[in-house]
Design a protein around this ligand. Structure first.
Ligand code: EPZ
Length: 421
């Protein structure tokens, strides 16, 4: 079993180009099946969730070729219409294939996606969006069967600005005759990038980034191309690492405005943050402890991202004062708290609320990741902790971090992956 070993308590110093964004590349890969031709996705990060998506594309009948950080997907040939159980379970967000398969073939079969460490991950909004476009969907014990004689445009009003449901609606609406309007759409930057990719394929989509997205569907789509944006959550993670350990880091290849709610709170905690074109720099004097911030409340974009909640909590465990966390997006996104307590953190949790009271220093320990961002948060805490930490459960972390040990080493940390004896 692999272990991420970090010897903490030393300031960071370094510059890093941040990997491509997991939460952009996954819908982009699914979108590629909409085009009868070859699509090219550049700056594609090497992640296990990407591997899982590629396995689904190949199962469907696409030709997939990787050339460095570029992935080309040939979706010319007729495609299969099912995502079988092992592939669907390998990746929680395999539901994102439902819309594009239905759009391309008029039918789709999907086993229920894998369980998730964050609590229930309902897909009711995805299904109601597709039904609005004319899909008939049968929900069986093992999964879903969908059929659509003729998809037609309609008005989709999302009760929650769900990222996945917005993406699935867009990916199906491009094949629906007429106009589709998505109201209360998610506004994440990854949605705007999906719009750009769809446009490069010949689709007519507008409004991404706002709460109202309009799609003029029905055009035959060809292959497109796109360069994946930098991963704002990976960037936020490493900034939190520098906040925890002290020192100075500069991250390139990411838009500072995409993580402005995170950098604002890190500045409030006493870090010096500088933003420039495609880069963010953070500095924290190791001799000056962080200050607690009043409250961290997660919300849909442009609010504070739920994915950065755990990394920020890890950094604020040694901030002077008390910070209130309210996790509004997922019901079980505090599994890192027990592990942080093992390092000496003082955290009380009641439901969606967690109260962090800063301590002088954390100490290293043998820790286990239980989900993707919670695992990354343990690395953040280990960077600032006294002594050595060993983090297992890395299969969670490798879903979203291409090479966390290499990245942290580049930023000046003493980090390596070793085999657990
Ligand atoms: C996306 O998940 C991201 N994943 C998540 O990142 C991220 O945390 C989340 O958006 C919120 O920003 C990808 O993009 C692959 P949602 P998604 O639908 O689309 C409820 C990470 O760590 N909901 O916006 O699944 C849902 O339960 C991952 O990188 C319904 O009730 O999130 C949640 O409470 C974790 N019914 C809220 O909406 C639905 O049909 C927001 O979820 C769909 C969602």
């Amino acid at each position: 079993m692999e272990v991420l070993r970090i010897r903490g308590g030393r300031p960071l110093s370094g510059r890093l180009r941040v990997q491509g964004a997991k939460n952009s590349v996954l819908p982009l890969l699914a979108a590629a099946i909409l085009g009868k031709g070859v699509s090219v996705i550049r700056n594609c990060p090497r992640l296990t969730d990407v591997d899982a998506s590629v396995a689904i594309l190949e199962h469907l009948g696409c030709g997939v070729r990787r050339d460095g950080d570029a992935v080309s997907i040939d979706a010319t040939a007729p495609l299969a219409l099912d995502v079988p159980e092992p592939l669907a379970r390998a990746m929680r967000s395999s539901v994102i294939f439902l819309g594009p398969i239905l759009a391309r073939l008029g039918r789709a079969e999907l086993c229920y996606p894998g369980g998730c460490e964050l609590g229930p991950r309902p897909i009711d909004l995805h299904l109601s969006a597709l039904r609005t476009l004319g899909a008939e969907i049968w929900e069986g014990p093992a999964g879903l069967r969908c059929a659509a004689g003729a998809l037609r445009g309609g008005e989709i009003a999302l009760a929650i600005p769900s990222v996945g449901a917005t993406e699935n609606a867009m990916l199906c609406a491009v094949a629906a005759q007429g106009t589709t309007t998505i109201l209360n759409a998610a506004r994440e930057p990854e949605i705007a990038q999906l719009q750009d990719f769809l446009r490069s394929m010949g689709a007519q989509v507008q409004g991404a980034g706002s709460s109202v997205i309009t799609v003029e569907g029905g055009a035959a789509l060809h292959g497109g191309e796109v360069t994946v944006m930098g991963d704002r959550i990976v960037a936020a993670t490493y900034l939190c690492g520098c906040a925890a350990a002290g020192g100075e880091v500069e991250l390139e290849g990411v838009e500072s405005r995409h993580l402005s709610t995170v950098t604002a709170l890190l500045a409030e905690a006493g870090c010096a943050v500088e933003s420039g074109e495609g880069r963010v720099r953070l500095r924290r004097d190791p001799e000056t402890p962080l200050r607690a911030v009043h409250a961290v409340r997660t919300a849909p974009y442009p609010g504070f991202p739920t994915d950065a909640q755990a990394p920020l909590m890890a950094a604020l465990c040694t901030a002077q004062g008390t910070t209130l966390f309210v996790e509004n997006m997922f019901s079980s996104r505090y599994r890192h708290i027990d592990q942080l307590r093992r390092m000496g953190a003082r955290i009380r949790r009641e439901g969606r609320v967690a109260v962090v009271t800063g301590v002088e220093r954390l100490h290293g320990g043998e820790l286990e990741a239980h989900d993707l961002r919670g695992g990354a948060a343990l690395a953040v805490a280990a960077l600032g902790a006294e002594g050595e930490s060993g983090i297992t459960g890395l299969h969670h972390v490798f879903r979203g971090y291409a090479d966390i040990a290499r990245d942290l080493t580049t930023l000046g940390a003493d980090a390596e992956i070793s085999e657990k004896k």
